[in-house]
Design a protein around this ligand. Sequence first.
Ligand SMILES: Nc1ncnc2c1ncn2[C@@H]1O[C@H](COP(=O)(O)OP(=O)(O)OP(=O)(O)O)[C@@H](O)[C@H]1O
Ligand SMILES: [Mg+2]
Length: 331
Amino acid sequence: MTTASAEPLISTSMAGYLAEHPGLRYVFFGGKGGVGKTVMAAATAHQLAKSGRRTLLASTNPVHSLTSCLGTDCFGKPTRIADVDNLTAFEIDTREAIERSKREIREKIQWFLKFAEISTKADEFVEAATMNPAFEESAMFENMVDLMFKDEYEVYVFDTAPTANARRLLGMSKVYGLWVEKMLKSREEAQSLREALSFTKKKEEDPLMQYLVDFRGRIAHARELLTDPEKTAFFFVTLPEALPIAVISRFIDWFTDFGIPVGGVIINEVISAADAKTGGEFVRNRVDMQHGYLDEIRERFPGQVRAIVQLYDSDVRGTAALQKAGAELFG
Ligand SMILES: Nc1ncnc2c1ncn2[C@@H]1O[C@H](COP(=O)(O)OP(=O)(O)OP(=O)(O)O)[C@@H](O)[C@H]1O
Ligand SMILES: [Mg+2]
C-alpha cells in the first residue's frame, strides 16, 4: 500500500521485528474492541508454532472468540490444535478463575481473623475485597502470570481484553508492589508488638506474612519479565479510522510511560487496491478516507507500523483463513 508521502509506511516488518527479537516469549495484542486482536493473536501464534516453537495462545478476554476463530473448542483447558504442530490454545474460564481467587481470599481472611483473634465473620471482608472492579482484573492477571511462571511453552501469545484493562493490569503490578510493601511493614510491626506483649515470648509463625513475601516476589518477577524488551512485546491493532487510532495512541503513551515494550502497530481491514478499482463510488469514498487515516498513522507512529492486513470479504475463521491473514501479517 502506498500513500501520498515518500516514506514507506513499514520500515521494520512483523517478520523483521521477530527476527530482531529471537528471545521473544510473551506477545500481547491490544486495541479497541472488534479491530481484529483475536485474529492477529491467532495468526501470530500460528506463525510462531510453524517456526518450530512450542506456542500457547491464551485468551484472558471474558468475551471469548478464540474457539470460533480457530474452529477448535479450547474453552477452560489448554487444547492442542490438531492441524498445527506446536500450537496449543486456551480460553481461560474467567468465571472459574474469579471464583477460585475468591475462595483463596476467603481462606486467607478467615485465617487472619483467627490469627488476630477477631471474632467477626469473614463474609464482610471477603465482599469488600472482591467487590471492587480491580478484583476481576487482578484475578485474570494472576492467571496469566501463573501460565507464564509454569514455563511449559517457549512462546506465549496473549489475546487481551479490549479496554484499558491491559495497561491497568500491568500498571497494577507496580501498585501491588507498593501495597504489599506497606502490608508487610504493618504486619511486621503488629508481629513485634504481639511478641512484646506475649508472656511466652515465643516467636509465632505468620503464614500471612509468608504469603505476602511470596506474592511480592511473584509480582516483582512478573514485572521484570513484562518490561524486558527482549522477552515481551505488545502489538496494537488499529483500523484506518479515527477512534481505533485514538485508542492505540493512548495505549502506546501509557505503555511507554510504564516501561512496557511496544512491539508496534498493525493496521487491519485496509481495502486493497484491486477492490478499490472494481468497487463503486461507496468503496472509492471509503478508500479515500482510509488513505487519509493511513497518512495520519504514518505521522503518529513513525517507524512503528509492522503490517497492513487487507479487508477480506468474509470473517477470518479456521486454519485456512488464518493462514491467509498470517501470510499478510508476516509477508
Ligand atoms: N482483515 C479482516 N477482514 C475481514 N474480517 C476481519 C478481518 N479482521 C478481523 N475480521 C473479523 O472481524 C471480527 C472481529 O475480529 P476479532 O474478533 O479478531 O476482533 P477483536 O479485536 O478480538 O474483538 P474483541 O474486542 O471483541 O475481542 C471477526 O469476526 C473477524 O473474523
Ligand atoms: Mg477478541
